[in-house]
Design a protein around this ligand. Sequence first.
Ligand SMILES: NC(=O)c1ccc[n+]([C@@H]2O[C@H](COP(=O)([O-])OP(=O)(O)OC[C@H]3O[C@@H](n4cnc5c(N)ncnc54)[C@H](OP(=O)(O)O)[C@@H]3O)[C@@H](O)[C@H]2O)c1
Length: 330
Amino acid sequence: MEPLAAGQLDPAALAGRRVAVFGFGAQGRAHALNLRDSGVDVVVALRDASPRHADCAAEGMATLAPAAAARACDLAVMLVPDEAQPRLYQESLAPALRPGSGLLFAHGYNIHYRRLEPRADLDVVMVAPLGIGEQVRRQYQQGRGVPALLAVHQDASGAAAAVAGAYAAANGHARAAVFRSSFAAETETDLFAEQAVLCGGLGQLILAAFETLVEAGYPEEVAYFCCLHEVKLIADLVQGRGLAGMRRSISSTAAYGDATRGPRVVGTASREAMRELLAEIQDGRFAAELDAEMAQGAPTLAAWRRAAETHPIEAVGSRLRALMPWLEQG
Ligand SMILES: NC(=O)c1ccc[n+]([C@@H]2O[C@H](COP(=O)([O-])OP(=O)(O)OC[C@H]3O[C@@H](n4cnc5c(N)ncnc54)[C@H](OP(=O)(O)O)[C@@H]3O)[C@@H](O)[C@H]2O)c1
């Protein structure tokens, strides 16, 4: 798969188009400021009661109420949480967007699982950053960018791909790489990576290893440093040099342990679990379960957060991080 070429990421396709960014949170803030700094005509759509009006004013960002922003824009960018998007679309966007205007997502979830079915006369596109909002902004300010996936779901105007490409350029993604994808592939791979590696897998690996050492009588501080703190050092090596490059940078002792013990930690059972997770994502079982959880006010999530926050690794972590105030507190 080759990244899109410069001609497919031409900022000119946004010239004369007004962009409304709905939400000023993790992604919304980054996109709105990046677009503005790239010379795009951008306004932020915020609810009257939003606590973010002062932040917008401090950044010199113009704001409008959601319905007014939808009426005034040529491209509406959905940067409120995924669970809030269907209602915001129905109430503020569907009645107001002009025919031929665009609706842009940063994640394919609601379109892929049909939680939101846009009007047929709209362009529906996705520019999904492969990074968190803070990185999208910080990298842009440093003259860099995070990579992104671009997809077209509906092309009512004939210009959907060009507008999405221009957006990817204005948000800094073209400085790294933009790959053509689909709403389905982005959603399924994103959910899978969150569950198997980035959040679920990594978090459980750290906790299980920490608990194993503490149960065996080792000090919590030592267990925290070697099982959690040092993850960043390895993650930086893996991101910058690849797995093989990381392995060239570690000792022979570490490499031998990696080669002979790693497959025992993530063995047949874990690979089978990964295939199950992927199947649940692909056939919609995970999304249906998430809908049911959210409809009940997220009780499982709330209980899990409470338990996670009182785990001993948090107390030792707070004490140790306080010794290194230069660490990113996020
Ligand atoms: N978080 C990330 O780094 C990340 C990474 C890749 C993709 N994405 C995708 O980016 C999109 C935005 O996610 P996010 O994490 O940036 O969202 P977020 O930070 O949680 O969004 C916060 C903003 O959404 C507004 N909002 C919340 N609920 C709302 C509602 N019911 N009606 C109207 N506005 C509402 C908030 O309004 P107030 O100002 O009124 O509080 C706030 O301005 C999602 O599709 C997500 O999957 C996120």
